[in-house]
Write a protein that binds this ligand. Structure first.
Ligand code: CS2
Length: 488
């Protein structure tokens, strides 16, 4: 069925003034290439960058690159890359049309165009949201996994890369006179350092001299990004059409909250992101650790428990009193004490703000979206907290409950027998280890070294706590177990 409404295109902008911030927009040249063009980038960095340009000018238009899938390009190309962001809180929705995305490329279809875009001397920054798995790191060493199939492939044919390190090194090699700054915006601990390691390890395998030059010259600032951005649904598309009076094939829903803390190391210049509310700092570590452990650690714990109990969205889950009580206790007593934060950072306020954000009924953030890629997400979100608590001699039952819930989730069924989709780069291996209901799978899963480092897996306080939590979930279910663990 064809829609009677016209498409969102540049000629419609004059009629959409209510959804466009002032002052008038000057078309920028492209100054940023972004790898991993998903909803998160479009609701976060693209908006900050647009706001920075509106406040302070500058040519920081964005060329967005999808690494594999053409769907974003196919949806947005007929719109000249314009799209809308639906900013939703419990009581209000605000719609904003974003113009900073100026070009979209699909690396799997036009790799040479991606390399040419990265080679444009006007591009001063390459930003990334490629998710944890895009870094191809070996969790055991923290370095690049040279046996990763994509990496092995790229090292054989470095002029035609497919991996993220492969693209960056091919592009940096061509820009030795004038390199770009590389800004990881993924939820990894020390994301700048992690990316620097991936890139220099890759370069070293090809050309040690190039690796040394990258290590000496190229800046990889770390950053903490925060905004909850659910996947787009057809209801969101209808909503955008109703408000705008034209069709946006891929609007992005999000919350009004947003934070961006960035290490200020941009030798080639940067947008005036601070004019858009970003916080520029020398060291992002305290913010990043607080966000990964509190927000993301709790998000994952909640998602697995909720899915086992048959709850689908984050607001439903956090509205369930037992789950809420568990999260409150875990944040207050298990996670917050591990954080080293500036005096101005109020941990209790941060916790309460997170619970309020999770309760946003307008977001409909699906737990299954958070549950994906657990093998990649659990280490930065939960295992650091666990190790710190064990080091300091504390019980880790509540933190272990999150791990046990993930293990039960891997068996592929909720407590009522409904199927749970497993979307994870290690899915086949994990599914084979997680036999439904068998507690032997706890030991098998704890033996996966890519997830659980040897010292943690050898700590009987941890392994016993995971086993107890797994048994409790099997015998009493997620909600009753959450209630009991909240009261421990
Ligand atoms: C979530 C994050 O999907 C997930 O795993 O925990 O994407 C979370 O919504 C963002 O990090 C919030 O900034």
């Amino acid at each position: 069925m064809t829609s009677p409404l016209p498409r969102l295109t540049p000629d419609r902008l004059p009629g959409l003034g209510a959804y466009l911030p002032a002052p008038p927009w000057t078309e920028p040249r492209i100054g940023i290439v972004h790898l991993g063009l998903g909803n998160f980038h479009r609701a976060h960095q693209a908006m900050y960058t647009e706001d920075a340009m509106l406040a302070a000018g500058g040519d920081w238009g964005i060329c967005g690159v999808s690494l594999r899938r053409p769907d974003t390009r196919d949806a947005l190309a007929p719109q000249d890359c314009l799209y809308s962001v639906l900013v939703r809180d419990a009581r209000a929705e605000r719609v904003r049309v974003v113009r900073s995305l100026r070009r979209i490329l699909v690396a799997s279809e036009e790799p040479d165009a991606v390399l040419a875009a990265l080679g444009d001397p006007h591009v001063r920054i390459v930003t990334l949201t490629v998710t944890e798995k895009g870094y191809c790191l070996d969790p055991g060493t923290g370095g690049l996994d040279l046996r990763h199939p994509l990496i092995a492939r790229d090292l054989d044919d470095p002029a035609h890369p497919q991996s993220v390190p492969g693209y960056l090194v091919a592009a940096l090699r061509a820009r030795r006179a004038d390199p770009f700054t590389v800004l990881s915006c993924d939820n990894l601990a020390h994301n700048g350092a992690a990316l620097r390691r991936a890139v220099t390890d890759y370069a070293r395998a090809l050309d040690p001299e190039l690796a040394d030059w990258i290590a000496r010259t190229v800046a990889f600032p770390s950053t903490m990004v925060d905004r909850i951005v659910p996947a787009t649904t057809d209801a969101d598309r209808q909503d955008a059409a109703r408000v705008l009076g034209c069709v946006d094939a891929w609007p992005v829903p999000t919350e009004s909250f947003r934070t961006w803390v960035i290490e200020d190391r941009f030798p080639g210049g940067r947008p005036a992101w601070e004019r858009a509310g970003a916080i520029m700092v020398d060291d992002v570590t305290p913010y990043e650790t607080a966000k990964l452990r509190m927000l993301n650690g709790i998000h994952s714990t909640l998602a697995y428990l909720a899915l086992l109990a048959g709850l689908q969205t984050v607001d439903q889950a956090v509205g369930q009193p037992d789950l809420r009580a568990l999260l409150y206790r875990t944040m207050t007593d298990d996670i917050a004490p591990t954080l080293t934060v500036p005096a101005s950072f109020d941990r209790a306020r941060y916790r309460d703000e997170l619970l309020a954000r999770f309760a946003n009924p307008a977001l409909k953030h699906r737990c299954i979206q958070i549950a994906m890629d657990g093998s990649q997400k659990l280490p930065p979100r939960l295992l650091g907290t666990l190790s710190d608590r064990l080091r300091d001699g504390h019980a880790v039952d509540r933190l272990a409950l999150g791990i046990a819930a993930w293990m039960r989730f891997l068996s592929g069924q909720s407590e009522s027998g409904a199927p749970l989709e497993l979307n994870d780069p290690m899915a086949a291996r994990l599914r084979a280890l997680a036999m439904p209901g068998a507690s032997a799978s706890v030991d098998a899963l704890l033996g996966v070294r890519e997830i659980f480092p040897a010292p943690l897996a050898a700590d009987v306080r941890f392994t016993a706590a995971v086993r107890r939590a797994y048994e409790a979930l099997a015998s009493h279910g997620a909600l009753a177990t959450a209630r009991r663990y909240a009261a421990l």
